[in-house]
Design a protein around this ligand. Structure first.
Ligand SMILES: Nc1ncnc2c1ncn2[C@@H]1O[C@H](COP(=O)(O)OP(=O)(O)OP(=O)(O)O)[C@@H](O)[C@H]1O
Length: 602
């Protein structure tokens, strides 16, 4: 029932306190994001990584604070339904001129669902659907920066415009040679613009804030000409002597998708109107779901909310059934999917075979570690959900039997909301992007004799491990089945239950056999400590196939050498922060500065 009058004084106060809680959250979130610029300017790489990690916790802390305040000041949990309905309406009113209304609505849901019983979890009380529009929000304060700036160069003024675009960010550190880098950018752009007639609307639009992550800062924008729009991004890095350089010019949807991939850490961006950033970014990557764009901007809770709305909407408009995910079943994770939907659902089993010496808490700890770590484009991000309800009729019997057998503690089948329909409720779930498991991908390549596909996949697999190593991650279980292949052919790791920091591992050579008996025994005769790793022993389980073996040894034989691992460990221990390039090395301008081997031969 819609209340005709807003007559509860508490309702307004509760709504106001809730919004104060959100505003405090966003202020802190934004301040931390804005500080990324200074950390970049001062090359504080450890600080940048720490901030990226710590910012992830901000949301839950603020929700906790707001919940406590509402309970303490307003006995929120004891308020009747009528009051809560009015709280929502007041809150909507308070959001009319707000600049982050969608985030504030999600914050309202987070706090409210902590206080209210789940029978209230519908649109009368929480924001199951958004109520306040995020379209055309502008910050009208006189000193406000707009979401993006437009530049109108001519063919003659392109170079100076590029310099001006970069200058406008007022980075507090000198460029090595901005004029030179602008020429490289111009050359790259000319490759795309040559032969093209410049139309009346020719312009370059650039988001007003830089995107910071690890050791990089990125200019993000698009070139508009007639009906065409060309997305681009300019990575700015420090060179070896500490001067700034534009390192490359990335173009088009694919390059941008790689930059904003779900397998990378979240950006730090100073945004007054995040919805406007998302809208702009969506125009660059129309196929990227909005939830992933919010995630990439560090607004993970909004990403989670949008994902869930998209998921419910998809369920309403599909009829296929959840099934056990294709591939080799996991020992600790039970994985299922919905064929028509590009994600997988993972739950932790109650029982695992003895070789998996772990616990639910430890596994959750590993997933959390991955969330907070730099995923360097090689580890899939996961969304974590509790108490997820699915329509019972959409579950394949075999899948249900599997959950009943391996994860009974996680399963409840009941008509929880009393609508006469049975539901499958899963207590705790991880959801991540579906990929093609590498073992299946390789098998398909073997079956069709696709040598190039095998070669590319094996090289990518080794590259994935090397990127993980550089980022201080030892994958633990490196079998093909624990990696997936993405839409763009990138190999990404997804089995986290055995990962460790490289710095906690002890990489050893297999000791010489003491006698013939040792040598012939199939058993491990030497003493093995809990963190000991023997890279020479990786071969037998990776290299059963000759075609694979040849490519692997040619490109990644060093992975079987303990020294390779040990050296990386020492570099990390010495405080070195690795470079992560979310683009192909051959796109780097630095190649233009160094004499190329071919050139030297001429
Ligand atoms: N993101 C994904 N996309 C597609 N399939 C996946 C994905 N994640 C997992 N799978 C499938 O589910 C299986 C088990 O997943 P996962 O490796 O995470 O479980 P696990 O229990 O940790 O495995 P292990 O027994 O190797 O420890 C994989 O082998 C793969 O077939």
């Amino acid at each position: 029932m819609f209340p005709q009058r807003l007559d509860s004084p508490q309702a307004y106060d509760i709504a106001k306190a809730m919004l104060d809680g959100f505003n405090r959250h966003y202020r802190l979130f934004r301040t931390e994001s804005a500080r990324a610029k200074h950390r970049f300017e001062t090359a504080d790489w450890h600080g940048q990584q720490r901030a990226q990690r710590e910012r992830i916790q901000f949301y839950d802390l603020r929700v906790k604070e707001a919940t406590l305040r509402l309970e303490k000041e307003f006995k929120a949990g004891e308020q009747p339904m009528e009051v809560w309905q009015q709280v929502k309406l007041h809150y909507i009113g308070l959001l009319i001129d707000h600049h982050q209304p969608e985030l504030a609505e999600t914050f309202f849901n987070s706090v409210t669902t902590k206080i209210l019983h789940r029978t209230y979890f519908h649109n009368d009380f929480i924001f199951v659907r958004p109520a306040v529009s995020t379209e055309y929000i502008e910050n009208d304060e006189p000193a406000a920066t707009p979401t993006y700036r437009a530049y109108y160069p001519t063919a003659e003024t392109m170079h100076e415009t590029i310099v001006r675009i970069v200058d406008n960010f007022r980075l507090g550190r000198a460029f090595d040679n901005l004029e030179r880098d602008a020429s490289f950018v111009l050359e790259a752009m000319s490759g795309r613009l040559a032969q093209v007639r410049l139309r009346a609307n020719f312009q370059i639009q650039v988001l007003s804030s830089l995107f910071f992550r690890n050791k990089g800062a990125y200019v993000v924008g698009k070139i508009i000409n007639g009906f065409n729009e060309l997305p681009f991004a300019l990575p700015i890095l420090h060179n070896k002597s500490g001067k700034l350089i534009i390192d490359a010019c990335l173009f088009g949807e694919d390059d941008l998708q790689a930059l904003f991939s779900f397998a990378r850490a979240y950006f730090m961006v100073d945004m007054e109107v995040p919805a406007a950033y998302v809208q702009f970014l969506r125009s660059l990557m129309p196929r990227k779901p909005r939830n992933e764009i919010y995630n990439a901007l560090g607004l993970a809770k909004q990403g989670k909310t949008l994902f869930y709305r998209d998921f419910l909407y998809h369920l309403k408009h599909s009829s296929d059934k959840f099934r056990i995910a294709p591939g080799i079943k996991g020992m600790v994770m039970l994985v299922f999917d919905l064929p028509s939907f590009p994600y997988v659902f993972k739950l932790i089993k109650d029982y695992y075979p003895p070789q998996k010496d772990t616990t639910r808490e430890q596994i959750q700890g590993k997933y959390l570690l991955v969330k907070q770590h730099d995923r360097v484009g090689r580890m899939a991000d996961t969304l974590e959900y509790s108490e997820v309800a699915f329509d019972r009729a959409r579950f394949d019997e075999e899948l249900l039997a599997e959950i009943q057998k391996f994860a009974p503690s996680q399963l409840e089948i009941s008509d929880r909301d009393g609508d006469g329909m049975e539901e499958v409720v899963i207590k705790h779930l991880y959801i991540e992007r579906r990929m093609i498991p590498l073992n299946i991908y390789l098998q398909e390549a073997f079956d069709s004799n696709a040598h190039e596909q095998i070669e590319r996949a094996v090289i990518e697999y080794g590259n994935a491990i090397k990127d993980l190593v550089a980022a201080n991650i030892f994958p633990g279980d490196m079998l093909w089945k624990n990696f997936g292949v993405t839409r763009n052919g990138k190999v990404v790791f997804y089995d986290y239950d055995e990962i460790e920091y490289i710095t906690t591992c002890n990489f050893r050579k297999v000791p010489e056999a003491r006698n013939e008996e040792d040598e012939l025994s199939g058993e491990v005769w030497y003493k093995v400590g809990p963190h000991d790793i023997f890279p020479e022993t990786f071969g037998p389980f990776l290299l059963g196939n000759d075609a694979v073996k040849e490519v692997f040894l040619k490109h990644h034989g060093d992975l079987l050498d303990p020294e390779f691992w040990q050296k990386h460990k020492e570099r990390i221990q010495a405080g070195h922060v690795h470079d992560v390039f979310p683009y192909e090395r051959d796109k780097r301008f630095v190649r233009k500065l160094q004499p190329q081997p071919e050139a030297a031969n001429v």
